[in-house]
Design a protein around this ligand. Sequence first.
Ligand SMILES: Cc1cc2nc3c(=O)[nH]c(=O)nc-3n(C[C@H](O)[C@H](O)[C@H](O)COP(=O)(O)OP(=O)(O)OC[C@H]3O[C@@H](n4cnc5c(N)ncnc54)[C@H](O)[C@@H]3O)c2cc1C
Length: 310
Amino acid sequence: MENWDVIIIGAGAAGLSAGIYTVRSGLKTLILEEKLPGGTIADAPTVVNYPGFDEISGGELAEKMTMHARKLGVTIHDLEPVTEMNLTDEKKIITTSKAAYEAKAVIVSTGSHYKEIGVKGEKEFRGRGVSYCGVCDGPFFKGKKVLVIGGGNSACITTLYLAGLAAQVTVTHRRKAFRAEESLVTDIASKGNVNVLWNTEVQEIKGNKQVTQVTLVDNTTGKTSELSVDAVFVQVGEAPNSQIAKASGVETDEHGYIKIDILQKTNLAGVFAAGDVTNHPVKQVGTAAGQGITAALEAYSYIRRPYYKK
Ligand SMILES: Cc1cc2nc3c(=O)[nH]c(=O)nc-3n(C[C@H](O)[C@H](O)[C@H](O)COP(=O)(O)OP(=O)(O)OC[C@H]3O[C@@H](n4cnc5c(N)ncnc54)[C@H](O)[C@@H]3O)c2cc1C
């Protein structure tokens, strides 16, 4: 079994930043990534709030971070998902789809994913009209009819963004009022091309090659109806990728986010967490990078001066 000082799970902003700091501290570092390195920010068409870059595409920023980490000596195994972890002992064992590795310390930086609504057609038409990111996919539906599902801040932000592109935006919300910031709700009310259907849920997404219509149900009467749309933007929240860590004994909050202290320590000695997978309230590239850095320096302290032996 290969031995590493630090194994980092997930090569997004948090994991790559952590890797830069652990190798610079002289720790042999492996990052395991289930997809390609770069993480979620690669989905952002433009990033204008990451210091040092007044405007950069998310893909380019992700690539620059990956190249930076590799140049400094971080080993990144991509397309290698972590499937199991044994984190409670001093020696941490990380199992992937390809091998098992041993590490002295582990940093979990697995990010989060968009929640699905779980209706018929959702999986089938994903990428063919079903989207979870208005900013990423909205421009494909310029001048078309689109549907937004949800009633929180992200649904409202997506609705406002799409209202500037699409001919018609319909919003379905299962409740009778938005649960979003008042200014967003006011802005939506002022848009002439937005129609909100309250107490309404999507029962099925239909189409041929692409989405063409949805079946709606009024949850107060049970009455169904059909609506023609070219795209469906599901905006019902995000969930952390913390299941494997949780199954290994890492403590999470009621929403599944990994509980951390100010130094990114979890409840398990030698296990740290950083970025969107944690219960830190801000989810941005800058905060993910900062958390990754703190986790790396704490992992260094843990390995070189193990407090549990004092
Ligand atoms: C469309 C969009 C636009 C955004 N725009 C901005 C912006 O302009 N500015 C800003 O600051 N923030 C923006 N964000 C937020 C920002 O992208 C995130 O806060 C940040 O990327 C989180 O970094 P992370 O490293 O915590 O997680 P991620 O970047 O999600 O990285 C987690 C990585 O872990 C991997 N992983 C998960 N499970 C496993 C496993 N079992 N085994 C191995 N690997 C695994 C994932 O594949 C992923 O690569 C945007 C987000 C989106 C979706």
